[in-house]
Design a protein around this ligand. Structure first.
Ligand code: NPW
Ligand code: K
Length: 516
């Protein structure tokens, strides 16, 4: 896994590197500018570097100097009214002395909108050095207009560190933002580059090491009074190694027993997808608990499973049959297609009281949302997997409020109920009961299709079942699900992609792990 940091955490790492270790700010800046220069040199005819007057702008001016000294056509456009940081003033002074062409838009009265539009389209590469991680308020006025004009022209746009206007802390767009072709960032990825809506505007994201002190060392050894460090990560393909290996001399008992409580009248598909996904992940034995009428059809589709049927759980004999199964099995998935009737409420209560590792999905979430009694029973071994609608019912907030700040909502829920939550969205946020947060980076738009969520709950259940580390099963499962969807998209395109295709490509992901 790789760390993803907020803008404030990035600033803290800057400060420790500069003030505690003694690496001068200008040395870091020179390296930052050099990294962008190496991406750009000899690739375009004319470069326009649009600069604010913070250190992001200073990076831009340093880059202009490097391009100029490499014999390229480069112009700097200054758009800030303020004098700027010490580094900015110094970079500007050097650039002027060396002979870089500099247009000071704010202080020249004869430059108008038409002039600017011509200037933007005359340059085939525009570099956005307006605002970086120091953005701290809504973008308005001249900055707003200029960002709009840059987005209108056809030139390639390279953003230094982060496209101007995106909040590095959470991906929010503060009024407007640059729509970048490429973003070159320094040190660690920032949340704003990975999380929607910011992610949409980052283009190709390139991360460069410019010599900051190691992040883990900074967070472990230095304290900041006004900064609460959060453990935010992304899962990458290297983490597939965390899927437990098959053992040569083993039997089905080695790979665990999973109870899948899924499906109700007319909803047998959900039980199939969840059970099959768990088997594809390598689960040893899956027992599907479902209403009696589903069993014949499921036996036909998934003969590898065993089945426990029920009709009415107020019947003592049926109740104790489920209680016995709950007792015998290692972990549980509950919810896909179970409906929200009285039987489901009884099943949810029994599952929660078992204290086992449990994935809670779909209608089981709706049952929990319907009565305070259940939400209080959540515990650290639960993984809830709501989509936006289910989350809205769960925490009684509007969907729009949740989708504007999914990160805050997921972490709030985890902090309140000490449970793991997987908030499903274009980039799913996972807040684990251990206190780590993950932003998922795999998957695609084709996966918004019926049954996709059932497959996810089966993958996470399967991972639990084969003994993957409890703290990692949720983010790793979400990543595997997305990757299986990406394999499916490669073969079928996104419009035709169905839940069964995600299922069929789980094995591609596991083979990828074997080839690491
Ligand atoms: N040694 C280092 O530190 C290194 C730093 N590096 C680079 O520095 C960047 C961070 O630099 P930074 O901290 O100076 O902030 P930055 O992003 O330039 O913005 C601050 C300026 O923007 C202004 N401003 C803010 N919001 C605004 C708005 N909505 N609309 C208009 N103006 C707004 C704010 O104005 P003020 O509040 O002063 O009026 C201030 O002038 C980082 O992303 C990386 O590129 C690298 O070189 C590596 C070494
Ligand atoms: K920028």
């Amino acid at each position: 896994m790789e760390r993803v940091i907020t803008g404030k955490e990035a600033k803290f790492i800057d400060e420790v590197t500069i003030n505690e270790i003694g690496i001068p700010s200008l040395v870091l800046m020179e390296k930052a500018a050099l990294c962008v220069f190496n991406e750009l040199k000899n690739n375009y005819y004319n470069y326009l570097i649009v600069c604010g007057s913070g250190n992001n702008g200073a990076d831009g001016v340093a880059l202009a100097r490097m391009l100029y000294q490499n014999g390229e056509n480069v112009t700097v456009l200054l758009i800030s009214k303020s004098e700027g940081t010490t580094e900015f003033k110094l970079q500007l002074d050097i650039a002027r002395k060396i002979g870089v062409e500099i247009i000071d838009f704010v202080n020249e009265d004869n430059l108008d909108e038409e002039y600017l539009e011509e200037l933007f389209s005359a340059n085939d590469c525009i570099v956005d050095a307006i605002l970086g991680i120091g953005l701290d308020r809504q973008v308005s006025g001249l900055y707003f207009d200029i960002i709009g004009m840059i987005n209108e022209c056809d030139s390639d746009v390279y953003a230094i560190d982060i496209p101007s206007g995106i909040c590095a802390d959470n991906g929010e767009i503060l009024g407007t933002c640059i729509n970048a072709t490429v973003t070159v960032t320094f040190g660690e990825y920032k949340i704003g580059q990975i999380a929607y809506p910011g992610k949409k505007y980052v283009g190709e994201l390139i991360k460069k090491d410019i010599g900051f002190l190691d992040t883990e060392e900074v967070f472990a050894n230095y304290e900041s009074e006004d900064l609460e460090i959060r453990d935010n990560y992304i899962i990458t393909s290297k983490d597939l190694e965390l899927i437990p290996d098959r053992i040569e001399r083993s039997n089905k008992g080695t790979y665990g027993k999973l109870l899948v409580i899924a499906g109700s009248k007319d909803m047998s598909g959900a039980a199939f997808f969840t059970g099959m996904a768990a088997y594809r992940m390598g689960a040893g034995l899956v027992n599907i608990v479902t209403s009696y009428e589903n069993i014949d059809v499921l036996k036909d589709k998934l003969p590898e499973a065993v089945f426990t049927g029920y009709n009415d759980l107020r019947d003592e004999c049926e109740y104790s049959k489920i209680a016995e199964a709950l007792d015998k099995y290692d972990c549980i998935v509950i919810g896909p297609g179970i409906s929200t009737d009285d039987n489901s409420a009884i099943l949810v209560e029994m599952a929660l009281e078992s204290g086992k590792n449990i994935v809670i999905d779909a209608d089981a979430i709706n049952v929990i949302a319907s009565d305070e009694r259940y939400i209080e029973k959540l515990h650290e071994n639960c993984i809830l997997t709501p989509h936006m609608g289910e989350m809205s019912r769960l925490i009684k907030r509007d969907i729009s409020e949740i989708s504007d700040s999914p990160f805050e909502m997921a972490t709030f829920f985890r902090d309140t109920y000490n449970t793991t939550i997987v908030l499903k969205d274009a980039n799913t946020i996972i807040a684990t009961s251990r206190g780590d947060n993950y932003i998922n980076v795999s998957g695609n738009e084709g996966m918004s299709t019926a049954g996709s969520g059932d497959v996810l709950s089966g993958i996470i259940g399967g991972l639990m079942c084969i003994g993957a580390n409890r703290d990692i099963v949720a983010p790793l499962g979400v990543y595997i699900h997305g990757l299986a969807g990406d394999y499916a998209k490669e073969k079928l395109g996104s419009a035709s992609l169905m839940a069964r295709d995600i299922l069929e490509n789980i094995s591609e992901v596991l083979m990828m792990k074997d080839n690491l």
